[in-house]
Design a protein around this ligand. Structure first.
Ligand SMILES: [Cu+2]
Length: 300
């Protein structure tokens, strides 16, 4: 029984991939901004970038399906037409200029057709010209830290909630403090890391950027509508790599403003403290009088 169910699921997978049904949303269940058991296809797009990714995926799917069918049919034809029985005296032909030009040019054309929207998409998801706000995402072993430089430097850490907790939650996706963002706004995302390389990945929003120590990498998102969106660290970063999910709560701009005010108090103690200065240096700094600025125009 189990085997038959698996076989059925495998068939659904192949059929779905072939006709691209998954992209139409027929198979994908509603409200799936998270993976679901036996899910076929991608999670519904929740941002313009994700929509573009889906259209490119659909385009490439149609092209590779056509290529596969063409090559498959050619093989079947050749097996039939040129079998030893039907074709006892094989052709001695070793060169055919027209054919060689065709099988070089045609794949080049196909690749160009794929490359143009690919590059457009790469630049589209790279950055937004008109960012309404910025958030900074720092990967740590093994949690995410979110900062809001445009909103009083609200800064907090986001840890996953352990499975054995009493509160109901989604396994390995729910966190204590989700990243709260306003829907409908262009949000600049800056990623970096405090230790090793992580990757900030939210499939339904089309966001995926490395978080690399010593570097800041940019991308952006505009979440279509309020809701809950989930992601995962997508770069193996150590023992607890599987335990640093990303949970995004998209709210209306009004609710976001309210949340910011609450967050300022709630996370006040979480804000990064200024680097402590060694006592000796303070003494020296205080002992040195600040030199008066040079009068302008006096220099020879
Ligand atoms: Cu990781």
């Amino acid at each position: 029984m189990h085997f038959i169910r698996r076989l059925g699921a495998a068939f659904a997978l192949v059929a779905g991939a072939l006709v691209g049904v998954a992209e139409t949303g027929i198979i994908a269940p509603a409200l799936a901004q998270q993976p679901t058991p036996w899910q076929v296809g991608m999670q519904p797009a929740g941002s313009p970038v994700a929509q573009q990714i889906h259209s490119l995926h659909t385009l490439v799917l149609w092209i590779i399906t056509a290529v596969t069918i063409f090559v498959g049919a050619l093989i079947v034809y050749v097996l039939y037409r040129f079998s030893a029985k039907r074709n006892p005296v094989p052709s001695q032909l070793s060169h055919h200029t027209g054919l060689e030009v065709a099988w070089t040019l045609l794949p080049v054309l196909i690749l160009v057709v794929i490359a143009i929207p690919s590059f457009r998409l790469v630049y589209y998801e790279d950055r937004t010209a008109n960012a309404d706000m910025t958030i900074k995402v720092t990967g740590h072993q093994w949690y995410w830290e979110y900062s809001y430089p445009d909103h009083g430097n609200v800064d907090f850490s986001s840890y996953y909630i352990k499975d054995d907790d009493a509160t109901p939650h989604i396994r390995l996706l729910d966190v204590d403090n989700p990243l709260v963002l306003p829907a409908g706004k262009n949000i600049r995302i800056l990623t970096t890391s405090g230790d090793v390389i992580h990757s900030f990945f939210i499939p339904s929003l089309g966001v995926q950027r490395y978080a690399i120590p010593g570097r800041t990498i940019e991308t952006w998102v505009r979440i279509d509508k309020p809701g809950q969106y989930y992601g995962e660290c997508n770069q193996i970063c150590g023992t607890n790599h599987s335990f640093m999910p990303i949970s995004i709560k998209a709210v209306t701009p009004e609710d976001f403003a309210t949340w910011v005010e609450q967050a300022k108090t709630k996370f006040a103690s979480d804000a990064p403290a200024p680097m402590p200065v060694p006592a000796g240096r303070v003494a020296i700094a205080q002992a040195q009088p600040i030199p008066a600025p040079l009068p302008v125009g006096d220099a020879q």
